[in-house]
Design a protein around this ligand. Sequence first.
Ligand SMILES: NC(=O)c1ccc[n+]([C@@H]2O[C@H](COP(=O)([O-])OP(=O)(O)OC[C@H]3O[C@@H](n4cnc5c(N)ncnc54)[C@H](OP(=O)(O)O)[C@@H]3O)[C@@H](O)[C@H]2O)c1
Length: 233
Amino acid sequence: MSAFKGNVLVAGATGRTGEWVVKRLQAHGIAFRLFVRSGEKAIRVFGPEIIDRLTIGSVEHPAEIRAAVRNASAVISAIGGNVTDPAAPPPSAIDRDGIINLATIAKAENVRHFILVSSLSVTKPDHPLNKYGRILSMKLEAENEIRRLFSEPGYAYTILRPGGLLDGPPLQHNLRFETGDTITTGVIQRSDVAEVSVISLFTPEAHNLTFELIETEAVSLTSLVPFFRQIHS
Ligand SMILES: NC(=O)c1ccc[n+]([C@@H]2O[C@H](COP(=O)([O-])OP(=O)(O)OC[C@H]3O[C@@H](n4cnc5c(N)ncnc54)[C@H](OP(=O)(O)O)[C@@H]3O)[C@@H](O)[C@H]2O)c1
């Protein structure tokens, strides 16, 4: 029996964290759909059986977002613009405006819980990463709008601010959760970020929470839920 009964839209599902979000939703038996830019890439990543779950589009295009969020009860976004490609739209267009489009339309379509993968250090305007299109500040502006939209009664937000992302398996490290953007450095597996985003759907302590997360020592785990206690203790 799954711990969450609704239907989850995964935005950025063909990205490296997004793929893990899908895998972890499957592991928890939670129903999902995917919002992706490329159906071909989605089929390459997930196989042809994924085709019925796809909505193709970009967060730059409201009509495509509207089609994607319809009937979703929650959205998990692992979208990120590509700052290393000069031909790609800048962080202002994707990490800020695109995410704000997604959150605004999701709320209008009655999505109840918006879960965003953001980043450590978004509140630090002088951080070196801000040289790239002020990416961290753009992410903070999107976060602020999500907090505003989804803090209304009956709705919820969860904003994850991970450290540097790695590509190992999930549930193999203890995690450190903090609030206030005080952690200056650290890393975490994309698979664990994905798992934390998925358990946020059914973990009350994750609702209306913005928090930083990095990994600590290697250890084999069965659940990441207990780490939320670090924040509420
Ligand atoms: N790299 C790090 O160390 C680090 C650290 C902290 C936080 N973060 C943040 O964590 C998040 C996940 O990172 P990641 O490395 O897993 O990302 P990633 O592999 O680069 O994937 C990004 C996803 O965003 C999608 N996307 C980009 N533009 C889009 C648009 N206009 N409309 C719809 N989807 C769009 C991409 O689509 P395609 O699949 O079609 O390309 C891709 O699926 C990002 O927000 C990133 O900034 C990264």
